[in-house]
Design a protein around this ligand. Structure first.
Ligand SMILES: Nc1nc2c(c(=O)[nH]1)N[C@H]1C(S)=C(S)[C@@H](COP(=O)(O)OP(=O)(O)OC[C@H]3O[C@@H](n4cnc5c(N)ncnc54)[C@H](O)[C@@H]3O)O[C@H]1N2
Ligand code: MOO
Length: 390
């Protein structure tokens, strides 16, 4: 069995960045920028006032100094006239600072009587003027690749960039396998359960910016499974769920093999998720996930999500880890890396007592995976451990 790190390296080797498309800013959040975006203007495009107040020529006016208000500069409407030493221009936040003005006195620091203002407080060093191009300059770049955040969208809009080039969203075909499965809302027979994993995985894929294509449930029958594989045409990733282990009805490896799967690996030293399989099938990356719900979701978190990011052109990176204080003693780990369902709080991390890979209720309560290295010795409360946020 290979390690999780080796398996992930292998998955990354299967991932070639997808093509690109142009999208409007309104559709761009969460997408991966594929080409640098270049600012089309300076921001601010003129020296602008940071405050509501009065613009004056004097650098360091003193208490008692008076100025005559001769005009106004508002956001969207500048003041172009001349300004003398004793003059002031009424000015508002974001308005262009008229030529010659060297500082804006905030209105709280003056008394106004008619057209005359008198300085009433000692003025600070801050001139309250934002320089032209102080935020960004024409030609500045937002560099690719990066996943666009709402903050990035704000910046791109200010750069006057209405459209960006992003990576195509990866299309993931999901095949749930097993005679025991029926869709949510259907009436299960006495030995049947609900096919929940495809729903959890589709939600995970779509939250990560992919497109999930949920195919019909494939029964434990080679021909039927093969015809379901035929429906994956055009997908970038094929994810099968279940049928990955060694039982008589676990057909995924065999059928995918017959269809031309070039297998990269099968079985990883991890818990849950041991019977994970990966390879390439007709140009698509294939991940065969174990059927146990927690195993499927955890392996998707650790392998599918990083693969989708790599396909989208982001640098290949494992799920990010943080350090946390262990809140209770834990027993030694065995030969497989253990991803324990846990709750991470400000105090630290606490694993659940029950770690069976069928327990969806525990996974739903968990907000983190506590990572136990292979053969990790027993750990005491107060030690530091690695955690992956869910
Ligand atoms: N003799 C051995 N038995 C098993 C081994 C082993 O090494 N030797 N490995 C165990 C491990 S670990 C796992 S994980 C499971 C994985 O088995 P499969 O991938 O073949 O999954 P299935 O047998 O099809 O299903 C397992 C379990 O999950 C339920 N399931 C399947 N698909 C779904 C779905 N879409 N939604 C909800 N639940 C699903 C299924 O009904 C089973 O209960 O094998 C162990 N056995
Ligand atoms: O490793 Mo299996 O994936 O425990 O349930």
């Amino acid at each position: 069995m290979i390690t999780v790190a080796e398996a992930l390296e292998n998955v990354f080797k299967l991932c070639r960045p997808l093509g690109t498309e142009r999208v409007s800013l309104r559709e761009a959040v969460g997408r991966v920028l594929a080409e640098d975006a270049i600012a089309r203007r300076d921001q601010p495009p003129f020296a602008s006032s940071a405050m509501d107040g009065y613009g004056v020529r004097a650098d360091q006016p003193q208490i008692g100094d008076t100025f005559k208000v001769i005009g106004e500069s508002a956001a969207g409407h500048g003041y172009d006239g001349p300004i003398g030493e004793g003059d002031a221009v009424r000015i508002f936040t974001g308005a262009p600072v008229p030529k010659g003005v060297s500082r804006v006195i905030i209105q709280e620091d003056v008394r106004r009587e008619g057209d005359v203002i008198t300085v009433t407080a000692p003025l600070s060093e801050n001139r309250n003027i934002r320089p032209l191009g102080g935020d960004f300059k024409s030609g500045d770049r937002l560099t690719a690749p990066r996943r666009l955040s709402p903050q990035d969208i704000n910046l791109l809009a200010a750069m006057n960039i209405p459209e960006v080039t992003v990576s195509r969203r990866p299309v993931v075909a999901l095949i749930a396998t097993g005679d025991e499965l029926v869709m949510p809302g259907e009436t299960p027979g006495p030995s049947q359960i609900i096919a929940s994993n495809s729903f959890g995985l589709a939600a995970m894929i779509e939250t990560a910016g992919g497109i999930a294509r949920m195919l019909p449930i494939a029964p434990d029958d080679e021909e039927m499974l093969a015809s379901t594989f035929a429906m994956t045409e055009g997908a970038d990733v094929i994810v099968t769920i279940g049928g990955a282990s060694v039982g008589d009805h676990d057909l995924v490896g065999k059928v995918a093999g017959n269809l031309g799967l070039e297998r990269a690996f099968y079985k990883v030293a991890m818990r849950p998720g041991k019977p994970l399989m990966a390879g390439t099938l007709n140009e698509a990356v294939m991940l065969g996930l174990p059927g146990n719900p927690v195993s499927a979701m955890v392996t998707a978190q650790l392998f599918l999500l990083p693969a989708l990011a790599a396909l989208s052109g982001l640098p290949p990176t494992p799920a990010p880890r943080v350090k946390a204080l262990l809140l209770q003693d834990i027993s030694p780990n065995g030969p497989r890396e253990h991803y324990m369902r846990a709750i991470l709080s400000e105090e630290g991390v606490r694993p659940f007592d029950h770690q069976d890979s069928s327990l969806m209720s525990i996974l739903s309560q968990a907000n983190a995976l506590l990572v136990r290295p292979v053969q990790d010795p027993a750990r005491k409360a107060g030690e530091t451990v690695d955690v992956i946020r869910l």
